[in-house]
Ligand binder design. Structure first.
Ligand code: FES
Length: 145
């Protein structure tokens, strides 16, 4: 069996929503201290709905595919729905990732959360800090192979 699914290869070769939103309402930048990959995600939010999303990922193919799939999954969704998106759901939508590449999808989940936190902070919207633990990227260092 191929190491990467067709969907992973497709999103890696033709990533959706790559770029920058100049007037973004929330920006999240996360990195993985071990592999050194960095992901930056921009959200445009109108009336509690994600109306646009773009990303820049300086990282491996799985990270690019995960970011691309994640942007497709959150566009048009409410902020609350977006907050529920897990790396597991991203991985499933990609028809799986090799075990040693699961942390790449975690980076996508973290970038989304960081962008939402930025959105909340900019707009003075109260939130439960437990939703956004500090230094989450490092918590996943052990997942890196
Ligand atoms: Fe670092 Fe994929 S995100 S190897």
């Amino acid at each position: 069996m191929a190491l990467y699914s067709e969907k992973v290869m497709d999103h890696f070769r033709n990533p959706r929503n790559v770029g920058v939103i100049e007037d973004a309402d929330g920006i999240g930048e996360v990195g993985n201290a071990v592999c050194g990959d960095i992901m930056k995600l921009y959200l445009k939010i109108d009336n509690n709905i994600v109306t646009d999303v773009k990303f820049e990922t300086f990282g491996c193919g799985s990270a690019i595919a995960s970011s691309s799939m994640a942007t497709e999954m959150i566009k048009g969704k409410s902020v609350d729905e977006v907050l529920q998106l897990t790396n597991k759901a991203i991985t499933e939508a990609l028809d799986g990732l090799p075990a040693h590449k699961l942390h790449c999808s975690v980076l996508a989940e973290e970038a989304i959360h960081a962008a939402l936190k930025d959105y909340y902070d900019r707009n003075g919207i109260p939130y439960d800090p437990a939703l956004f633990p500090e230094d989450v990227a490092c918590a996943h260092e052990a997942d890196v192979h």
